[in-house]
Design a protein around this ligand. Structure first.
Ligand SMILES: *Cc1c(COP(=O)(O)O)cnc(C)c1O
Length: 391
């Protein structure tokens, strides 16, 4: 079923066994990436077969790490609609604008892809208790899959996380710990407790398989566009799993001959209140500095430090992409524009992609006639407090 062969460090390239539990590279503490026998896949698998399968991310199961299908926890994640946003495009006088509606996933965000696959693989490797530090959506997703697997779940979120995220985790049977601080502080608490109580921690890129789940967005966009890719992709970046995952997906797809060598220009958008990747990109740095006093209403973007920073920056540069920051106000305005024209209520992170698009159109970085995909990473419902007029 799976063509998984081994794990490889994203920085030092050392190889590791994929069939035991692994976290970061034991040598350099950087993320491990899953590798597959793509030559075998190229010989044995036809991309047209994929298109006859059910509409969820398990249609790409050969390129996911689960060996025994009984451990693939399926709540219907993935294969979300790719809308040709013609009403929005008309308003902006831009023809080929697309929105990948990730708010359609279980628990309302694309975190379901990463955590669905990561919890499945941990479950397969015998884990009975998992934890995650989260700004909100990752916790909800992890708790859902842990519940479905029948394993214990511990979510660590900042004290100021909006109440719906806490309620959802609790309703999914998990234990919630609130931490005074931001997601990196939650990460410290989660890791300390995981060591103390023998849990497996699922922090972004600190285990290899959330990335694998998120990379399926790259497979999907390619398949949904008839095995071609757009000119530009705009991605709201926190830990960067999705961006790095899609960049990896394109290499895998090209290796199998399912797409050509054309790549989209990848764009990171962050909030001006927390923009470590934008700063590092503009400064020509390989790694990003910690962002002090991170503040934004887009909880998923309140990530002051990312362990995969060098992978994000590498993907942006290799793709001739860019990084932009937008204000929280612009995000909410843009979310309203998406809602009013396309009919779905999106999270501020999703609004950020349209705000970045507007900047890049104004500066001429995106040309007339190009095709652009915006990643609407979450549903707006859990952020409804931002729309209350007494706020
Ligand atoms: C987590 C999250 C992000 C950021 O995703 P990364 O892959 O960590 O960069 C963006 N939007 C929403 C809604 C999120 O929950």
């Amino acid at each position: 079923m799976s063509y998984l062969t081994h794990l490889e460090c994203g920085l030092c390239r050392q190889s590791y066994d994929a069939d035991t539990l692994q976290a970061l590279c034991p040598d350099c503490s950087r993320p491990l990436l899953a590798r597959y026998d793509l030559d075998a896949a190229r010989r044995e698998l036809d991309r047209d077969v994929i298109s006859t399968r059910p509409d969820d991310l398990w249609r790409y199961r050969e390129f996911l790490p689960i060996r025994d299908p009984r451990f693939a926890l399926n709540l219907g994640e993935g294969f979300t609609p790719l809308h040709h946003a013609t009403r929005l495009g008309k308003e902006l006088d831009f023809a080929d604008l697309f929105i990948k509606d990730e708010g359609n996933n279980p628990t309302g965000s694309f975190k379901a892809r990463g955590l669905g696959v990561a919890v499945s693989r941990a479950f397969e490797l015998g884990v009975t208790s998992v934890s995650v530090p989260s700004a909100g959506n990752a916790a909800c997703a992890m708790c859902a899959y842990a519940a479905f697997a029948g394993i214990e779940a511990h979510a660590y979120m900042p004290t100021d996380v909006p109440p719906p995220f806490i309620a959802e985790c609790q309703a999914l049977g998990a234990t919630v710990t609130l931490v005074d601080g931001v997601i990196t502080d939650c990460g410290k608490a989660a890791v300390a407790d995981a060591e103390k109580y023998g849990r497996f921690d699922l922090s972004t890129l600190k285990e290899p398989y959330r990335l694998e789940g998120k990379k399926t967005m790259g497979y999907e966009v390619a398949e949904q566009m008839g095995w071609t890719l757009p000119d530009v992709m705009i991605y709201p970046t926190g830990g960067g799993t999705g961006l790095v995952g899609m960049w990896k997906a394109f290499d895998e797809l090209e290796h199998m001959g399912w797409i050509g060598s054309k790549r989209p220009r990848m764009v990171t958008v962050q909030s001006s209140g927390c923009a470590p990747m934008v700063k590092a990109f503009e400064g020509g740095e390989e790694f990003a500095e910690f962002w002090h006093d991170a503040a934004t209403v887009a909880d998923g973007l309140r990530v002051p430090a990312a362990v995969g920073d060098f992978l994000i920056l590498r993907a942006l540069r290799e793709s001739s992409g860019t990084a932009v920051s937008v204000s929280d106000e612009e995000m909410i305005d843009a979310a309203n524009t998406i809602g009013r024209t396309q009919g779905f209520f999106v999270a501020p992170e999703s609004g950020a992609t349209l705000a970045a698009f507007n900047h890049l159109r104004k500066s001429g970085w995106i040309d007339d006639g190009e095709s652009v995909v915006l990643f609407s990473t979450g549903n707006g419902a859990k952020y409804a407090h931002l729309w209350r007029d007494d706020q």
